[in-house]
Design a binder for this molecule. Sequence first.
Ligand code: ZN
Ligand code: ZN
Length: 376
Amino acid sequence: MLSQLSEFLEVDFEKKALVDSASHPKLCLRAPYFSDVLSCEFDYREDPYTKFCPKCNRKYSEDENVCLDCLVALKKLTDRKSIREIKNHPVFTFKGKNKYNDFKSILTDENLVKINEFKFTMKDYDKIIRHIKRTSLENLDKLIKNNYVDMNELSILGKVLLFAKSFVRIEYKSYGQELGYFENNKIIIDDRQSSSLQITTLIHELAHFLIKEIINGVLCRLLKCSKNRHIDVLSSYILSYDNFPMLIDEYSAHCCEGRFTVYGYQDYSSFLSIIERMDGEMSRDEIEITKSIGNNFANTIKDILETFIDDELLEDIKDEFERHNHERPNYEMLKLENCNKLTDEGYLRAIWLVIIEGFKNAMDNIDELEKYYNGA
Ligand SMILES: [Zn+2]
Ligand SMILES: [Zn+2]
């Protein structure tokens, strides 16, 4: 089934150009960054402003009380939370006439037929992506307004963190080796890391969230149902019950990291360990097709992230990343990069394959889904 997808492969020229440029870096040594030099020349004189206008963000001194341009009362600068402290509970919905309140009523033969028929086009896919984009931008707008965020004052990490908070809850940890992980619609991140590592970790974990949301959208469309926690758990299961979807999920997250930083620096261990575990269950060609499917998902996720991460912020992220990474990219690991993607028709078939295989498997493992649902 998987090998039949090879006829739909084409070169992903954009990714190929990025990987090629990492393989042949320009022969110039970077001058030290001015921000490194200047950061120690910070002006320590006391800031004369203690208040700000919640509308135009202009700063005011202690004896002022109102902004006469905006006709609002001023707020104290100390009332403004850091991005890290901002609490958020973003909700992503998909609506349909059916509502399923247990796994037994989702995982029926009738629904298996609907999934197998796969009445789903690229137009339906685009609608799902637009919906995800709109929801996150509405969430972002609320976060900015409700917390009086002054975008001009944010660091690069602050901007990425704020944007990430428009998708998922974010919590911090300060133990263990992992840089971060995505679990139960939460990203857990280790803030002992450099800002550039926190940025790449956020992008990696956001990719895991978004691929699951895409599967949620397709499932709700096919079953004409609303998204709830049962559907959400099923999507997580579809992406994690077997090495095949796990490799797609991990490769796509990895690829998103490369897109927003530089290829060849990422930690390749997460998907290498999946390949190792497979122990010959897939041929080399099948593994490459699976990675190509990951590239298609990564392209969509990149498209979603670019609603906020524009060229300017992207350049800033790359600069921040290169500032913390002085070594050369890992050329051996660069060889693992797959630069093919599927045509639209091939991609739809791949999504069908992922969902039908996962759905069939879920039908035989309702206990597993229940356990996950109950937080085991
Ligand atoms: Zn004002
Ligand atoms: Zn991952």
